[in-house]
Design a protein around this ligand. Structure first.
Ligand code: NAX
Ligand code: K
Length: 511
């Protein structure tokens, strides 16, 4: 699903009004009408006090239209104009007049001088104060209103985006954002819904299709995309009935060290379950027995030394795809081995964990990393690789530039894992907090390597791998719970994640 920028949403707005030869207020009427339907479906005429807070831009206009419908349908409504600016926009004013024409209870205008209204836990609050147009810090009294809404314990419904949330930067010291119980966003989700500093405000949300011009939406390329089941189905290649293991590639997982063999065991097993025809693990000698005992399906190769870490990376396996890093450590001997290894590689591979740390500490090695290789850092590893950042948006910009410069793919692991290549961002839609557990990154490396070995393009392998990993965890928590989930469980549910692509009815989604 495409995620449009603010400029693209405004453009879509404009083009829709032009094409339909309708004044733009009609689009606002439509948006407000859909908001009303959503509320009415749930309240069914119930007399709960509803407090509609409207700004003086188009978001406020949407709120005014909703308020008018509520009034017309005899709901118990009080409407407020949060008069944070003298420049009330024309469509807001029109919606304001239309509301005033249907009731004697005109909206209460709030200004800096006003005493803020009492909000009780029994109220329903509609937050239509700021939409995507917020471009500077609101005045203190407006922030106080946000805080009062948040402190009230009322049920808060935000229109389009929680007020106070910016489209292009994370909250800073002193910022206040409305914390809604639910957000109804128009037409498509917005980027901040998925970023660590702002996602916690999006406890529950849905999209309202307000009928923006489908042609514009379809033909406009976006810098950001949400990757879910529909996108993964497009990439998936089914196997014909008489397939044999030689057709599905040989994965080679390189890593492991004394005390950290589990990481490479997990990665190897995950590659197998992701569908790799064969898997070999290249590990230090002390790891061979562990590996072969844990995974009879996986072959082992080892270096010619007898140490606790890899001292050489020299293998016979003719691998279709390589994943390197899990449990490998950063011993100077291993660093040397990785250096030699990288210089000999031509094909895209998966680079994880200590392999990332080694490259971060020796940036000259980047030059030897094959194009389209997939880096899978968590935030700590990413920072070592690209340096520090100011906020979530800055991190995305710096990471995509870094990936572009080196022609690599970077998978930024997190609550919403974001993959970047060629200045585009792909946000993963599966997964749950159960994945914040030891070894889950090793599993991801195995899955992506396994997909790469099966002949998927590196971008497909990265996006599908991240999706299946999250989806397997979503299905697994129905059995283990979020706290109980272990990385190994995710591997056991990978098969179900594949089956779920075409399953009807769908496996239940994570809460
Ligand atoms: N295509 C769509 O998605 C549609 C969007 N509509 C609504 O329009 C909204 C965007 O409307 P606007 O662009 O008018 O923006 P907002 O309604 O978010 O209003 C903010 C207005 O105040 C100004 N402003 C920004 N920060 C301020 C601050 N800190 N203090 C004082 N003034 C500030 C801005 O210049 C802007 O005019 C969307 O969020 C949505 O609710 C709907 O009307 C229907 C169609
Ligand atoms: K809002």
């Amino acid at each position: 699903m495409k995620i449009y920028s603010r400029a693209q949403i405004y453009e879509a707005d404009k083009i829709t009004a032009e094409k339909e030869s309708l004044p733009s207020i009609n689009l606002m009427e439509r948006a407000g009408g859909y908001l009303y339907e959503w509320v009415h479906e749930r309240l069914q005429g119930g007399k709960v006090p509803i407090k509609v807070f409207c700004g003086i831009g188009n978001n406020g206009g949407d709120g005014m239209v909703l308020a008018r419908y509520l009034v017309e349908n005899n709901y118990n409504v009080t409407t407020y104009v949060v008069n944070y600016n003298t420049k009330r926009v024309p469509d807001f004013l029109e919606a304001y007049d239309r509301l005033k024409s249907v009731t004697k209870n005109w909206p209460i205008v709030l200004t800096e001088e006003s005493v803020l209204p009492e909000i009780s836990p029994q109220d329903i609050v509609i937050d239509a104060i700021f939409g995507i147009g917020l471009n500077r810090a609101p005045q203190d009294w407006v922030k106080k209103l946000f805080s009062a809404i948040n402190a009230s314990n009322a049920y808060v419904l935000s229109v389009d985006i929680p007020s106070g949330m910016y489209m292009d930067r994370s909250p800073e010291e002193g910022d206040v954002i409305v914390l809604p119980r639910f957000t109804l966003s128009f037409q498509a989700p917005k980027l901040p819904f998925f970023l660590p500093a702002t996602a916690p405000f999006m406890q529950a949300w849905d999209i309202l299709d307000i009928g923006l011009d489908p042609e514009y939406l379809a033909k406009t390329p976006t810098d950001v995309e949400l990757i879910g089941k529909q996108e993964v189905i497009q990439m998936y290649k089914s196997r014909h009935q008489f397939a044999h293991k030689g057709m599905f590639g040989h994965s080679l997982l390189i890593g492991g060290s004394y005390g950290k063999m589990g990481a490479i065991v997990l990665a190897s097993k995950a590659a197998m379950r992701a569908g790799s025809g064969m898997v070999t693990a290249y590990v230090p000698q002390i790891g061979v027995q562990i590996l072969q005992t844990a995974l009879p399906e996986v072959m082992a190769e080892t270096d010619n030394f007898n140490g606790k870490v890899l001292e050489e990376i020299d293998f016979q396996t003719e691998a279709n795809a390589i994943g390197i890093g899990p449990g490998m450590g950063t011993d100077p001997k291993t660093v040397k081995a990785v250096e030699g290894f990288l210089k000999a590689q031509k094909n895209p591979m998966v680079i994880d964990a200590d392999a990332i740390n080694i490259i971060a500490a020796h940036p000259a090695l980047l030059e030897h990393v094959p194009n389209l290789s997939i880096f899978t850092p968590h935030l700590g590893e990413l920072e070592r690789l690209i340096g520090t950042w100011k906020d979530d948006f800055d991190r995305l910009e710096k990471t995509s530039k870094f990936a572009k410069t080196h022609d690599i793919i970077i998978v930024i692991k997190g609550a919403h894992t974001i993959t970047t290549h060629d200045m585009k961002l792909y946000i993963n839609d599966s997964g749950n907090p159960g994945l914040a557990t030891a070894g889950s990154g090793d599993v991801l490396t195995g899955v992506i390597t396994g997909l790469l070995a099966q002949g998927y393009h590196p971008m497909e392998a990265a996006l599908m791998g991240v999706y299946f990993h999250g989806r397997a965890a979503d299905i697994a928590i129905n059995q283990y719970g979020i706290e109980g989930l272990m990385a190994g469980d995710v591997i056991e549910f990978l098969g179900r994640a594949y089956m779920d692509l075409f399953a009807k009815p769908e496996e239940p989604k994570a809460p």
